[in-house]
Design a protein around this ligand. Structure first.
Ligand code: SAJ
Length: 448
């Protein structure tokens, strides 16, 4: 049971709110999560661990069946945690949107990707809002968690829910609370990461805060959903532009003949006013490269021109090409060209110790090397197969002979599982995009 932090004062409560407050406080509230990805399933598990009965709703039959079998497909929710919650009937999953009618609160955790035009794709949020609207019951609390531009909750979701003459703040309650899951981060979890909550009305915010404080250690109430939406975009845009700065430093250090990693380690010794970010082969994942475009798209609609954020995106997106140029330098030193060279990519996931390859810059580097005529292969202990220029390609096991047969090895994602000693000992030359070979003899290491 969570230690009760300062309770959210509920103020004057109408009958509907009082009923919901009572159900939340005695764990009788039936909770729902729409979208059982790495955010939704993790959230459902935290709710269930606190004693709530949770219904997960997803369009993907495989996810629904896997959850109902107690088999997890999300790194942060081990099956050993999920199975007992399912057998105790604390969690169940369904594809049926009608299940919403039997719930007291619903959290929407669906993807917010980009279209090919780099514009926001809110089709999943709209579909979820429409599903909720067609099954909405009096007094239900709806919380949107999907990362999106400021105004989405009030301008897009609210009208869908109010459509048939319902009134927010009395007939139903609506808030925005950004997900902040960092996949694979077992230090900061859904339970321990402070949760920002902005209600469309004060009562909406209080009810959402009361619900979430049952299974999240710290609630951060803000005055509006727009503030909550903007805070999340600030967090991730901050990360994006600082990574771009690290990448630009890498490009500049190359021209000065200075090791950018040594520069960053030195700068890190400043005990205040500095926060280290690191260069890499580019920006991957479905958040950091994506979220700033939600902000810039909305800003332009409001007449702002976010040049700084746009420039950061340009710098980050040129890093795969910069990485390829470093491979060219490494081959050139050995009188080799791309054509006729065998190149091994180490790590294709978008970041360390994950199997997720969405927006992975490593794939862009491998595609680019292939286009230049190199014979390209890869090894990633977390990613068994990828499509490389339309061909299904398998991850290769690493061994000394295989490494020695490669003209160049490119370390793209620094998984913990790699045997760095063996790789360094048996590779002709390594282009190290992640400073993974820090401290190794430099004779066959080429840094980004
Ligand atoms: N990266 C760099 N240099 C860095 C840090 C990251 O090149 O110094 C790259 C990574 O290799 C990766 C990409 O940026 O390709 C994104 O990295 P990430 O660590 O931000 O990973 P995400 O996107 O899975 O998780 C982030 C969260 N990460 C952290 O706060 C550490 C957080 O920003 C959000 O909670 C989450 O996205 C989200 O869902 O919004």
């Amino acid at each position: 049971m969570l230690q009760s932090q300062e309770k959210i004062p509920m103020g004057t409560q109408d009958q509907t709110s009082q009923e919901l407050v009572r159900k939340i406080q005695n764990r009788a509230a039936r909770l729902g999560v729409i979208g059982l990805g790495y955010v939704g399933l993790t959230l459902a598990a935290e709710m269930a661990k606190e004693g709530f009965e949770v219904t997960g709703i997803d369009i993907d039959r495989k996810k629904v069946d896997s959850v109902n079998s107690g088999i997890s497909y999300v790194l942060d929710v081990p099956s050993e945690t999920l199975l007992p919650l399912v057998t105790q009937k604390r969690i169940k999953a369904t594809q049926s949107l009608a299940a919403i009618e039997n719930l007291d609160a619903v959290s929407i955790c669906v993807p917010t990707p980009l279209r090919k035009t780099k514009e926001p794709d809110l089709s999943y949020v709209i579909a979820a809002a429409e599903a909720v609207s067609s099954h909405l019951q009096p007094g239900q609390l709806i919380v949107v968690e999907s990362t999106t531009y400021p105004g989405t909750t009030r301008e897009l979701v609210l009208p869908i829910l109010e459509k048939p003459g319902r009134q927010v703040g009395s007939d139903f309650f609506l808030a925005f609370s950004p997900e902040r899951v960092d996949p694979g981060n077992f230090t900061h979890t859904t339970r321990t990461i402070p949760k920002i909550i902005g209600g469309v009305t004060p009562q909406c915010g209080k009810l959402a805060g009361l619900l979430y404080q049952q299974f999240v250690e710290k609630i951060v109430p803000v005055s509006s959903p727009e503030c909550a939406e903007m805070a999340k975009l600030l967090e991730n845009t901050f990360r994006n532009v600082n990574i771009a700065l690290a990448n630009e430093m890498a490009i500049m250090c190359r021209t000065f003949g200075v090791d950018v990693w040594e520069v960053i380690e030195a700068a890190k010794t400043k005990p205040f006013g500095f926060m280290p970010f690191y260069p890499g082969p580019g920006l991957g994942g479905h958040c950091i490269p994506v979220d700033p475009y939600y902000l810039t798209w909305k800003a332009r609609l409001n007449g702002c021109e976010p040049r700084f954020i746009e420039l950061a995106a340009q710098i980050n997106s040129q890093m795969p090409l910069f990485t390829i140029s470093r491979v060219a330098d490494a081959l050139n030193e050995r009188q080799r060209s791309f054509k006729g060279s065998k190149i091994l990519g180490l790590g294709v996931a978008y970041k360390r110790d994950t199997s997720d390859t969405r927006e992975s810059p490593a794939l862009e580097v491998l595609y680019g090397l292939h286009q230049k005529g190199a014979a390209v292969c890869y090894s990633d202990p977390h990613v068994p197969t990828i499509r490389l220029n339309g061909e299904k390609t398998k991850s290769l096991p690493l061994d000394p002979d295989m490494l020695q047969s490669m003209d160049c090895v490119v370390l793209l994602t620094d998984h913990s599982a790699f045997n760095y000693q063996m790789i360094a000992a048996h590779s002709q030359v390594i282009v190290d995009c992640r400073n993974a070979f820090k401290g190794f003899p430099r004779s066959n290491i080429v840094s980004l």
